[in-house]
Write a protein that binds this ligand. Structure first.
Ligand code: SAM
Length: 359
């Protein structure tokens, strides 16, 4: 039975709170969390149909993706990124949808780098077009890259991406990124019980000693189309146990406060893995991430239902100062802590899709 979906561009918009006198320094929300990271979805389209993200029965051939004029232009993205940087944002991740599908993506990277030389600039990709783009992205000023790969086993990977895309091509992209100097590379594996969890140890084995860091991600209830059930989640603790039984692990210190992945290093010095436990060990308390959707709405939580329309402000002629005042006021009012209060009922809420606000 096809599931119904409300097109992403019929999202509900929150009113932007009035700007108040800005405090000195970095904006902090109602829980004292600073605005340090910005994830920008540069396209809501993807060439994969991962079952946990953009299931084909929903994102089918007639799916109403955003029309061109609703999508933020490069100039608009760079301007908003500058506004966020002015409020303390130090890290920017380009994502989507599949960011390498956005025409001229390396030009956007170059524009961001020129405007914000000190920012940590990264990108998350499914790797399908990485071989062709890796050198240009590095030359344009990208610092690092994250490649999603859910299995090394061909049948399992294709079952997950539902686009007949072969493992070998992703690995070629990964090698090209490493050769271009986009290292250390992080490899994201979403673990879904009964689908690819038998591949957890194989993934760890394959990337041990390579310098790349595999991050095992708990299957999350993002959006409302992926049929999420708690029963399908493999807890990170179980993942660490399974890998540790083969290759002994020890905990490693976080690189910085608010790091999403919990780090574990191989006792024999062959590198490290990360686990991202949004479901079983919520990290809302240290979440410093904002998300800008493809059509210029600001979301203050990955599990949000509504966003703030910055694009209308921007296209209505707002100055950088008033855009900054709006973002500052939104952030100061932020009280999201979805993962801490997740229940079976909230998991069924109509939340915005990850491909739209950026994973
Ligand atoms: N297309 C790019 C890619 O595949 O990496 C970027 C966008 S994708 C939405 C970003 C990341 O979100 C990927 O690593 C993907 O595996 C992860 N992701 C998507 N849906 C998820 C879910 N339901 N639970 C956990 N991670 C998810």
């Amino acid at each position: 039975m096809p599931r119904t979906v409300i097109p992403l561009n019929e999202q509900r918009t929150l009113p932007i709170p009035p700007a108040t006198a800005r405090g000195a320094g970095v904006a902090a929300d109602t829980r004292g969390r600073a605005l340090r990271d910005l994830r920008i979805s540069v396209t809501d389209r993807c060439n994969f149909r991962c079952v946990y993200c953009m299931p084909r029965e929903v994102f089918h051939a007639d799916y109403p993706f955003l029309p061109h004029d609703e999508v933020l232009s490069f100039e608009e993205i760079v301007r908003l990124a500058g506004v966020f940087h002015g409020l303390g944002t130090e890290k920017i991740r380009l994502t989507g949808g599949e960011p390498l599908l956005r025409k001229g993506i390396d030009k956007l990277v170059a524009m961001l780098r020129a405007e914000l030389p000190a920012v940590d600039l990264t990108l998350t990709t499914n790797g399908s077009a990485l071989k062709a783009h890796a050198r240009a992205l590095k030359a344009a000023g990208l610092d690092r890259i994250t490649v999603s790969l859910d299995s090394l086993d061909e049948a399992t990977f294709q079952k997950m991406n539902d686009a007949d895309f072969p493992v070998a091509k992703v690995l070629e992209g990964l090698d090209a990124a490493a050769a271009a100097g986009l290292a250390p590379i992080k490899v994201n594996m979403v673990v879904k019980r009964g689908v690819n969890d038998h591949q957890v140890v194989d993934m760890a084995r394959h990337f041990r000693g390579s310098g790349h860091i595999v991050r095992f991600i708990e299957f999350m209830d993002v959006g409302s189309t992926n049929g999420w059930r708690m029963d399908d989640v493999i807890a990170s603790a179980e993942i660490v146990r399974r890998i540790g039984a083969q290759f002994p692990l020890e905990p490693a210190q976080a690189n910085y406060t608010g790091e999403v992945a919990e780090r574990w290093r191989y006792r024999d010095g062959q590198g490290e893995i990360g686990v991202i436990s949004s479901v079983t060990q919520a990290f809302c308390g240290t979440c410093t991430r904002a998300r800008l959707s493809t059509d210029g709405h600001l979301y203050t939580c990955l599990f949000a239902q509504r966003g703030y329309d910055l694009k209308s402000l921007l296209r209505g002629g707002a100055s950088d100062e008033s855009l900054g005042g709006a973002v500052d006021a939104i952030w100061r009012g932020r009280d999201d802590r979805y993962s801490e209060i997740r229940t079976a009922a909230t998991a069924r809420d109509r939340k915005v899709e990850m491909s739209f606000i950026g994973g």
